[in-house]
Design a binder for this molecule. Structure first.
Ligand SMILES: C[S@@+](CC[C@H](N)C(=O)[O-])C[C@H]1O[C@@H](n2cnc3c(N)ncnc32)[C@H](O)[C@@H]1O
Length: 208
């Protein structure tokens, strides 16, 4: 990783650390809508081994299917501390690690399903993160993502581009990522790309 990427990663990590204690509060107005989408994880995450990337405060824990052994990573120690507390409250055993998706300290071909919700908007180099996920996924394994992206309409797209620097500064998240193209560039085969809210929030399934 070059110095500029290390710096960008440290900046975004700091933003999530700073936000960790108010994150659930800030998100709460949208969470009812998000919860309906998160529920898909219960049917779609297959084991025996799964990896959640960017676990945050642990909002997806409620939707982990029974009988699947889940490893969960996040590069923000404060977000991860919240996820650990969520797991304790729910009496769940999860293998948590502080780790950057751009450089995973995990062996190749380890996981049957890899999933992330609202994460690749903030990973500084999303293609290298998605390529790392391909490396640690078993052959024939699946990637499940819930992501917001740059809208396709010309004017709305330009508006999102214009607002993006402010959003990154405030929240650490980019609102103009072309995540479908990034997934393909990282070598995944997209099977499902379903818009859920306009063409901004998408449910994506891909195969290694
Ligand atoms: C918008 S939050 C989403 C949290 C959770 N997935 C959810 O749906 O509520 C993004 C999360 O991804 C984590 N994240 C961002 N970039 C990361 C990276 N390079 N490696 C690991 N985690 C990362 C952040 O620390 C944060 O917890």
């Amino acid at each position: 990783m070059v110095d500029s990427e290390k710096k960008a990663t440290a900046t975004i990590r700091r933003r999530y650390n700073r936000m960790a204690f108010v994150y659930d509060l800030i998100e709460s107005p949208m969470e009812r809508r998000f919860a309906a989408w998160r529920r898909r994880l219960r049917e779609r995450v297959a084991g025996p081994r799964a990896l959640e990337v960017g676990v945050g405060t642990g909002k997806n824990l409620a939707y982990y299917p029974d009988g699947v052994s889940v490893t969960a990573i996040d590069f923000s120690p404060r977000m991860l501390a919240r996820a650990r507390a969520t797991a304790r409250r729910r009496g769940m055993t999860i293998d948590f690690h502080e780790m950057d998706v751009q450089r995973l300290d995990l062996p190749a071909h380890s996981f049957d399903t890899i999933f992330a919700t609202f994460v690749f908007c903030s990973v500084p180099d999303p293609v290298s993160g998605l390529a790392e996920l391909k490396r640690v996924c078993k052959p024939g394994g699946r990637l499940l993502l819930l992501e917001h992206m740059r809208p396709g309409s010309f004017w709305l797209g330009l508006l999102f581009d214009a607002l993006n620097p402010l959003m990154v500064r405030m929240t650490g998240a980019n609102i103009n990522r072309r995540t479908l193209a990034n997934i393909e560039q990282a070598g995944w085969k997209i099977d499902v790309a379903q818009p859920l809210s306009g063409d901004i929030v998408w449910w994506i399934e891909a195969t290694r």
